[in-house]
Design a protein around this ligand. Structure first.
Ligand SMILES: Cc1cc2nc3c(=O)[nH]c(=O)nc-3n(C[C@H](O)[C@H](O)[C@H](O)COP(=O)(O)O)c2cc1C
Length: 174
């Protein structure tokens, strides 16, 4: 069996079907739309990838540890009248259910949505990144921010998906 060091710096790994685990929170459907667009583009770029998407309200902390890459996606809300917060379901998951989770170097990526009319635009992205870093995950690509209506931003989502695939490509080629 072949092994190779990948460009994300995770050291030698054996060739296998790559699985992306997505945990997302969406209230009016925008984040869900972005996740769907991402999954479609990933399947086009690399059909061998497996993708498992779970809504934050149904996710368990153990879900974070399954798959090769963990993707967290959430929009920004003004929970408790304070702008720039995570979707409440994502907040509950990260700061309650999964607050003691050790990601132990897991490869991670984040997607944050928001609206330019709010002062703390798309601040969910920062909260997600902070969680990953504080829980010892490893961000492998810059976080994707989708500001305003996501319909029409499919190309940006697809370009980001390609970046994600490219970072992991050396292993997938084995
Ligand atoms: C009540 C409410 C509060 C919001 N607060 C913020 C905010 O503080 N910052 C921001 O960038 N966007 C804010 N938004 C915009 C949403 O993040 C944006 O519409 C997003 O696309 C919604 O995604 P979702 O449908 O997946 O929840 C808010 C929207 C609503 C309706």
């Amino acid at each position: 069996m072949t092994s190779i060091a990948n460009s994300a710096g995770v050291g030698p790994r054996f060739a296998q079907r790559r699985v992306l685990r997505i945990v997302f929170a969406s209230t009016s459907g925008h984040t869900e739309y972005v996740v769907d667009a991402l999954v479609k583009s990933l399947k086009r770029i690399n059909p061998s990838w497996g993708v498992e998407a779970t809504m934050a309200e149904k996710a368990q902390p153990e879900d974070f540890l399954t798959g090769d890459v963990l993707l967290l996606a959430s929009a920004t809300w003004n929970t408790g009248s304070t702008e720039g917060q995570l979707n409440p379901h994502m907040w509950g998951l990260l700061h309650d259910k999964a607050k003691k989770l050790d990601l132990a170097g897991k490869l991670c990526a984040c997607v944050g949505l928001g609206d330019h009319r709010y002062f703390y635009t798309a601040r969910a992205a920062d909260h997600l990144e902070h969680y990953i870093e504080a829980h010892h995950g490893r961000l492998i690509v810059p976080t994707l921010k989708i500001i305003d209506e996501p319909h029409g931003q499919e190309n940006a989502v697809a370009a980001w998906g390609k970046q994600l695939v490219d970072v992991l490509k050396p292993v997938d080629r084995c």
